[in-house]
Design a protein around this ligand. Sequence first.
Ligand code: GRF
Length: 194
Amino acid sequence: MPESIGSKKINVAVFISGNGSNLRNLIFDSFKKNSKYKIDLVISNRAGAKGLKYAKKFKIKKKIINYLNIKNAEKNILVELKKNQIKLICLAGFMEILSGDLIKKFKGKIINIHPSLLPRYKGLNTHQRAIDNKEKYSGCTVHYVNSKLDSGKIILQKKVKIIKTDTSIKLAKRILRQEHLLYPKALNKVLINL
Ligand code: GRF
C-alpha cells in the first residue's frame, strides 16, 4: 500500500551544499494542497551552505555532517535518516559522493538533479562543456542514484536551447529555472511508486 495513504505524509530529506534554490522549490511544492510528502530534514556537508536559511525559515530540522571521514559521516547520516523516518532522499547540489553502502541501504530511494541532459556531461562544469562542444541543447535531468556518478535510471529530463550569446553563467541560470519545475514533478512521480 502506498506510504501516503491515510493522513501521514512521506518524510523526505534534502541534501545540499550550496544555495539551496532547489530545496526552496521542493519546500514550496510540499506546501501545496494534496502534497504527498513533507520535507522533514535538511542535511548539509557545509555549515556555511546558504540554503540552510530555508530550513531555518520553514522550521525544518537540519543537520550539518562533517565529511572529514566518509564512514563516520554516513554513519551519522543513517542515524538521522532512521530517527526521522526518512523514506526518500533528494540530492540537490550536494557535493559529496555517497558510498555504495549507503546507496544499497537506500536502494531506489535516492534521487538527484543534474544540470545536463544525461548521459551527456556527467560530473562538474556541465554548462561550459556543452557550450564548448557547440551543442544545440543542454538541460537538466532528475535520476535515481546508483553507485556510478550521474548514471542511474533517468526519471525526467527537460531540454533547454543553447543560444549564440550564452555564457556558462547565463545558461546555468536558464537551466536552473527549469530545474525548479522539473524536480518537484520528478519527485511526485517517484512517490507514486514508492
Ligand atoms: C543545480 O544546478 C543542480 O542541478 C546541481 O547543483 C545546483 C544546485 O543549485 N546539482 P541549488 O543549490 O539548488 O540552487
